[in-house]
Design a binder for this molecule. Structure first.
Ligand SMILES: Nc1ncnc2c1ncn2[C@@H]1O[C@H](COP(=O)(O)OP(=O)(O)OP(=O)(O)O)[C@@H](O)[C@H]1O
Ligand SMILES: [Mg+2]
Length: 356
């Protein structure tokens, strides 16, 4: 089934041109009906309806059913008759161009991709260098996709070398951060998802092999916002050093996982990182990674850091080799990382749609 399109009802060529331009700016495809009769078929099912003043009377006369989300475009602010037409057509709003351009853009974008159905953001940070944060972020995303969730993986670490390498996807075509650096404001989620490379059934926003650059806060905001509208889960791999951009991701994340190897010095380093993260996080939990050379327990690390333990994951034999070959972690759905990821996802995300 193709997604339902907002319906535009008018045969006024100038008005239609304006509306199509507004829809194109919002990257929304609309269905156009020249009059009430032609609009009848899609009237009830369209996610929004914009009626021109030329067609409003006809819509009222044909007694098209009352429905929410009908907007009447007025052409004359001083014409009291427009309000009468609004009653007849059952319009929720009467708006005038050009003043209402931005409002209409938002209405059309919201109609096809409501913010209210937002997915969750999960962020992962390493407690020290090489802790296993990128690996866990990739494993969470791979597991979420395998569970049937629409998943986006965002590499938020400009010095990480590119998370596409974890998937052996460095040659895959599609958008990467340098092309998105100038992004501001509302970005249609479906457009972003469609433009990103797909790896292991998920959308990956990574770096290219060019010069390192930082991500502007506005670009991170736009990407996460778009990702949440088009995905059930957005996993973000963040650098250890908190800056304005990573704080943006921390603040929207419903869960932040701090990965700490089960070593004394790693725990000491992680307590510094945790102190930076905590003020920005709604829910900060620890993942302790083995092996523990001196037998340091995950509970002891959690207690020392004063953070709840999301889980312990023992070191996965052969993982370093697999990563070097571009085989993503948890790809086969077995092993300690897979088990941990499934448990964490099931705990913090709503059940998968359509699952028994
Ligand atoms: N669960 C694991 N089991 C075994 N080895 C692991 C595991 N997680 C990570 N590693 C090893 O640690 C290395 C570093 O992992 P990773 O790149 O995920 O860490 P990081 O915290 O993202 O590092 P950075 O500080 O560079 O961002 C991996 O190449 C792999 O060899
Ligand atoms: Mg990393």
């Amino acid at each position: 089934m193709p997604p339902a399109r907002p319906l535009v009802v008018t045969s006024d060529a100038d008005l239609l041109e304006d509306l199509l331009r507004i829809a194109a700016t919002a990257a929304v495809e609309v269905e156009v009906a020249p009059d009430a009769g032609a609009a009848r078929r899609s009237w009830a099912g369209a996610p929004a309806v914009v009626v021109g003043p030329d067609a409003a009377l006809g819509c009222g006369r044909l007694r098209l059913p009352r429905r929410p989300g009908v907007v009447l475009l007025g052409d004359d602010l001083d014409d009291a008759g427009i309000w009468q037409l609004a009653v007849e057509v059952g319009a929720e709003h009467v708006v005038f161009l050009p003043d209402a351009q931005a409002w209409l853009m938002e209405l059309l974008a919201e109609a096809v991709e409501p913010s209210s159905t937002s997915g969750r953001v999960l962020a992962v940070v390493g407690g020290r260098g090489g802790a296993g944060a990128t690996t866990l972020a990739a494993a969470l995303a791979v597991t979420a996709a395998r569970q049937g969730r629409r998943t986006m993986l965002v590499d938020g670490d400009p010095l990480g070398g590119g998370i596409d390498l974890v998937f052996g996807g460095e040659g895959d075509h599609g958008l990467r951060w340098p092309e998105l650096g100038a992004t501001r404001g509302r970005l249609p989620g479906a457009t972003l998802t469609g433009a990103l490379p797909r790896m292991n059934e998920l959308s990956v926003l990574s770096w290219d092999r060019g010069q390192a650059m930082s991500v502007p806060v506005e670009a991170m905001e736009s990407v996460l916002d778009a990702g949440r509208r088009s995905s059930d889960v957005v996993v973000v791999d963040l650098p250890r050093q908190t800056d304005a951009c990573s704080r943006t991701a921390l603040q929207v994340a419903s869960l932040v996982l701090l990965v700490v190897p089960a070593e004394v010095r790693a725990a000491a380093a992680a307590s510094r990182v945790a102190a930076q993260l905590a003020p920005a996080c709604a829910d900060l939990r620890l993942v302790v990674r083995g092996p523990a050379p001196s037998g340091l327990g995950a509970d002891e690390v959690a207690e020392a850091l004063g953070l709840p333990l999301a889980g312990y994951v023992r070191g996965e034999p052969g993982l370093d080799l697999a990563l070097d070959r571009g085989e993503p972690p948890a790809g086969r759905g077995r092993g300690p990382l897979s088990v941990l990821c499934e448990r964490v996802l099931d705990e913090v995300l709503p059940p998968v749609r359509g699952a028994a």
